[in-house]
Design a protein around this ligand. Sequence first.
Ligand code: NAD
Ligand code: UGA
Length: 466
Amino acid sequence: MKTKLDAVNKKNILCIGAGYVGGPTMAMIAAKCPDYRVTVVDINPQRIAAWNSDDLPIYEPGLDELVRTVRGKNLFFSTDIEGGIRDSDIIFVSVNTPTKTFGAGAGMAADLQYWEKTARQILENSVSNKIVIEKSTLPVKTALAMERILNSQPNGISFDVLSNPEFLAEGSAIRDLENPDRILIGSRETKRGRSARNTIVEIYARWIPRDRIITTNIWSSELSKLVSNAFLAQRISSINAISALCEKTEADVTEVARAVGMDSRIGAKFLNASVGFGGSCFKKDILNLVYLCRFYGLEEVADYWESVVNINAYQQERFIMNMMTAMFNTLAGKRICIFGFAFKADTGDTRESPAIFIAKRLLEEHAEVVISDPKALDNARIDLSGLAGVLDYREDPYEAAAGCHALAVMTEWGIYRTLDYERIYREMVKPAFIFDGRNILDHAACFRIGFNVYPIGKPPLTHFDS
Ligand code: NAD
Ligand code: UGA
């Protein structure tokens, strides 16, 4: 439905998919472009209702404030997908593109059914020319399929398909959107393609310096997104692989990462050894890359990238085996407290969180599991529902740890650094253990309190005779 505001609105932007990307990204565009009307639609009515309420469907620092400043002014959330398509000039598509779970490519390839459904919906409901932008992460060459579907009817409407992948990280999404390292916009290298691309460049140029807005051909843009995630994840698997070697040799992975990262050619970021990377994208996007390489017959290239995912699985299983060995080769009947269930700090998102794997493995070993997290307990309950065994959820970390044999730190939430570990120690079963899957605690201080401390990639600090 058009309003009076449309008279002054330069263009109508629609975003299909009101998730972790669609919601925050469109809120930022609406805030920076008050003369554009921005509508975000989704097939999930609960999600849209939450976006229209005071209790947004995702937790992200700074998001509430941002949404509050623009919602109802030039940012709208709606379930009217057809109307949204009809009224729009520019459509961002940011639906989910999970790993396929069935048929050819199951477990590896991207499941493009939501994507294709969107393309057909755009075709059916369009009455004017549109720029359609891939915001979701997609296999290289997907834009070709989009173009073929959109141009399958001679209806006089023209569609220009662009790729504008999103690089925000959860927990820092608002900061990343406000001040991104780069914006990437890919198009066909035709007059029309370049003109559509310029329209999108002008939107971002409202707040992002032009030298950080890069334009490429459409296939480079699609592939660059997969490759960026693959490189980031590769760094984590590289340092995690080295953490295993550190544990055998009394080297300290933090010291090694620091020494290596000070080489300006390598750089210091993304070298924190951990229990493994999680999140909805790294694993899915690398598997997608691996599938593409195999599709094109590049077996060695596929194997190379697949090893990044394999090391991540190895690191998680290694964490469990280290717990088992340290706790006298049995976890059965022991109560283990998991500090943090989100896949990283400052988000409630638990998709592919290493904590899911660790909790399941602990239950398989017949341990009792207590989960604590400041924002992710609702998701944790969903992720672990139906599992056999003793599971407890406590937001208060002190309550969660009381009566436990061990603490396992899974998420680098700031609060875990500042807890009163003397108090926690007093309430735990002795000997008490800490397994720090994020290397965020003061290990020496915890050891002095009485804990047996097992960091990642560092010699353990124990009170046992060797
Ligand atoms: P999400 O699951 O949070 O949101 C996707 C939304 O799309 C859901 O709300 C779903 O209901 C909706 N949807 C699915 N099919 C639809 C349809 N036909 N019509 C309308 N709505 C539909 O996913 P997300 O985390 O926002 O990720 C979206 C895409 O962005 C993925 O391709 C992902 O790889 C990519 N990405 C994600 C992040 C991130 O941090 N989460 C960062 C960069 C890129
Ligand atoms: C990642 C990328 O950083 C974004 O650029 C990208 O847009 C996004 O994926 C996506 O495509 O979805 P995100 O998964 O939200 O963002 O978060 P990251 O900060 O990359 O962390 C991913 C995982 O790696 C987390 O589990 C984190 O704890 C872990 N990690 C990160 C480490 O174990 N060590 C590190 O040094 C850094």
